[in-house]
Design a binder for this molecule. Structure first.
Ligand code: UGA
Length: 442
């Protein structure tokens, strides 16, 4: 680590914070995880990751065993312990608005700053509206005890759910938004193993660092909606968006990543981030520059409506009383996250249209049950499929892709399937006597 190895605190032990704390301890840092939620702290201390993320439980055990990772609810303890404090609390969409709710970021920073009476770097990692860092720096200046030298830096996080460990240990890039050379030095020391292993570092000001995050997520969302807009065109003229995407992807300037057509994006990040960005840009007087993000959102929502229409068409025009097996609830595979999940949105729209919907998901069933008690849930894939008038694949879990058309065909009432994620081979399913429909394909 060079000469000084900073001690790290991670404030907020949700998805982002818990992953960051665990990975940093595994990398060799002394880490203290902080949260106001005692039950989260208890579970993590007992070695239990409170959400689904491949590989993370094993790393938590490793980190706890090493003695380098502890958890607390005490901000005073955190202030005493840490040299570098990462703020990792959530910024959900505000109820009744497109704006991001930054109150948890302000609460956590205020609570920490009150106790900081030695030199420290506070690092924002949460996704925030541009300009938040400036307000937080001001808050720290007015809250920290006189004489303490506290600085604020911005270091956005780009991890994907399902690949959180890989993305944290081996990031595509590190962005350091700093106001001084000292802050940059602290950040370099805090990410020494990643830098040594070749992750590029972009050093910039705090505002640009805040912007990188929302600009990246907006670009990714736009890429998905672009191909889904092409799917709409394909539907109208009878062309095939899957072949179109394959051909586009061979152009290395376009590339195939995030060009997968289907039900579109969901989750706790992309939908909320594009809305919050458009809202913030409006406040800043540059709403016009990102007005296209409203269209990106609208295209994404229309895919969900189209998927419902495809099921309706398959069952003969009226969903009333029809049994529909809905495969998937999570917003993407290898996750139990149902925030803004296209899958559950489609399932509940089918339910409201009169269908008898039975949902199955390998990891997200408990979360789905809590959020949508009106839906039926199957205990297994085959039980969910039994007697179905139509099947819709909503989340491309591998177990849904691996089941043979014949096996599925033997339990359903009618061999009709909508492939909402282009996850199945149409030839194989049609050959097995299925009526197969997909978004943007003839
Ligand atoms: C996203 C970004 O990819 C991360 O870089 C970022 O750090 C994170 O948000 C965040 O802001 O915290 P995540 O929400 O975990 O990560 O999920 P993605 O893998 O990006 O998928 C988002 C959605 O897009 C999913 O619903 C997925 O099914 C959909 N998607 C993705 C498509 O419909 N087509 C594609 O080609 C790719």
């Amino acid at each position: 680590f060079g000469e000084v190895t900073p001690r790290l605190t991670v404030i907020g032990t949700g998805y982002l914070g818990a992953t960051h704390a665990i990975c940093m301890a595994v990398q060799g840092y002394e880490v203290l995880g902080v949260d106001v939620d005692q039950s989260k702290i208890d579970r993590l201390t007992a070695g239990e990751v409170p959400f689904f993320e491949p590989g993370l439980p094993e790393l938590l055990t490793k980190a706890l065993t090493s003695g380098r990772l502890r958890f607390t609810t005490s901000f005073a303890e955190a202030a005493e312990f840490g040299d570098v404090h990462f703020i990792c609390v959530g910024t959900p969409q505000m109820a009744g608005s497109h704006a991001a709710n930054v109150s948890y970021v302000f609460d956590a920073t205020r609570e920490l700053a009150r106790h900081l009476n030695r030199r420290a770097l506070v690092v924002g990692k949460s996704t925030v509206p541009v300009g938040t860092a400036a307000d937080l720096a001001e808050l720290i200046a007015t809250t920290a005890p006189a004489g303490s030298e506290i600085e604020l830096a911005w270091n956005p996080e780009f991890l994907r759910e399902g690949f959180a460990v890989e993305d944290t240990m081996n990031p595509d890039r590190l962005v350091f938004g700093v106001a001084s050379a000292w802050a940059e030095e602290q950040l370099r020391a805090s990410f020494a193993p990643m830098i040594e292993q070749g992750s590029p570092v972009v050093v910039t000001d705090r505002m640009t660092a805040e912007l990188v995050k929302v600009a990246a997520n907006s670009f990714l969302a736009t890429k998905i909606s672009y191909i889904n807009a092409m799917a709409e065109v394909c539907e109208t003229i009878g062309a095939d968006v899957q072949d179109l995407a394959t051909a586009l992807a061979y152009d290395s300037r376009i590339g195939g990543k995030f060009l997968k057509p289907g039900l579109g994006f969901g989750g706790g990040c992309l939908p909320k981030d594009i809305r919050a960005f458009a809202h913030r840009a409006g406040e800043l007087g540059v709403g016009q520059a990102v007005a296209f993000l409203h269209e990106v959102d609208a295209i994404n929502q229309r895919r969900r409506t189209r998927a419902v229409d495809l099921v309706r068409e398959l069952v003969g025009g009226d969903l009333t009383g029809k049994r529909v097996a809905a495969l998937g609830a999570a917003f993407k595979p290898n996750s139990d996250d149902i925030r803004d999940a296209p899958a559950l949105d489609v399932a509940s729209t089918l339910h409201r249209a009169g269908a008898q919907v039975c949902v199955f998901d390998p990891a997200a069933l408990d979360n789905a049950r809590r959020a949508h008690p009106e839906l039926e849930y199957g205990e297994s894939l085959l039980e969910t499929l039994r007697g179905a008038d139509a099947v819709i694949l909503l989340t491309e879990w591998s177990e849904f892709q691996e089941i043979a058309p014949e096996v599925m065909g033997s339990v359903v009432a009618h061999r009709r399937i909508v492939d909402g994620r282009h996850a199945l081979d149409p030839m194989a399913w049609r050959a097995a006597g299925w009526e197969y429909r997909a978004l943007g394909r003839p």
